[in-house]
Design a protein around this ligand. Sequence first.
Ligand SMILES: C[S@@+](CC[C@H](N)C(=O)[O-])C[C@H]1O[C@@H](n2cnc3c(N)ncnc32)[C@H](O)[C@@H]1O
Length: 187
Amino acid sequence: MLQNALQFSHALLKEILTDHDHAVDATMGNGNDTLFLAKAVKPNGKVYAFDIQEQALQKTKQRLIEQELTEQTKLIFDGHEHLENYLTKDETIKAAIFNLGYLPKSDKTVITLPNTTKQALDTLLRHLSYKGRIVIVSYYGHAGGKEELNMIEKYCQNLPQESYNVLQYQFMNQKNQPPILFCIEKK
Ligand SMILES: C[S@@+](CC[C@H](N)C(=O)[O-])C[C@H]1O[C@@H](n2cnc3c(N)ncnc32)[C@H](O)[C@@H]1O
């Protein structure tokens, strides 16, 4: 069976992550991706996870404690557009993930935005290691979602093919705007 966007996003990152790697969860939410990354990089690695909602940090912290994954994770109560402030100058990032949109069962007006998402992507590209991957899962059914999707499409299309492979993955016959996945891989 073909993998859905969530399954495929993890498969793409699992393929490249090893212990000691540094990774970024740009949109922590309930922590599903943070937990996945923390397991993949093991205690010797590092995961930076960002969110601008306190409840996301509380929920994720609790789940990390339960699964003994706190050692390798740094939960950051700040926007991913400020990522540069948390990395050292020469630090390399092997994998990053964005789940764009709003936190399910939460305030639907707190959404990721084109400008700040783009700033985070620019920073990640500067720090991405050779063969590193950035996965972006775009949910765009909500107000403002289409604008962000347009930005992502343009951003990805304009990346030079000499330096990056860029993949788009979507189900074309599903109703209700299923998410679209993008993966940027540094050559
Ligand atoms: C679709 S949810 C993420 C779901 C998450 N991956 C999970 O496992 O539950 C998007 C999240 O991005 C957060 N967010 C919105 N703007 C942000 C920003 N500038 N920086 C970091 N997180 C942001 C929202 O608060 C929300 O929790």
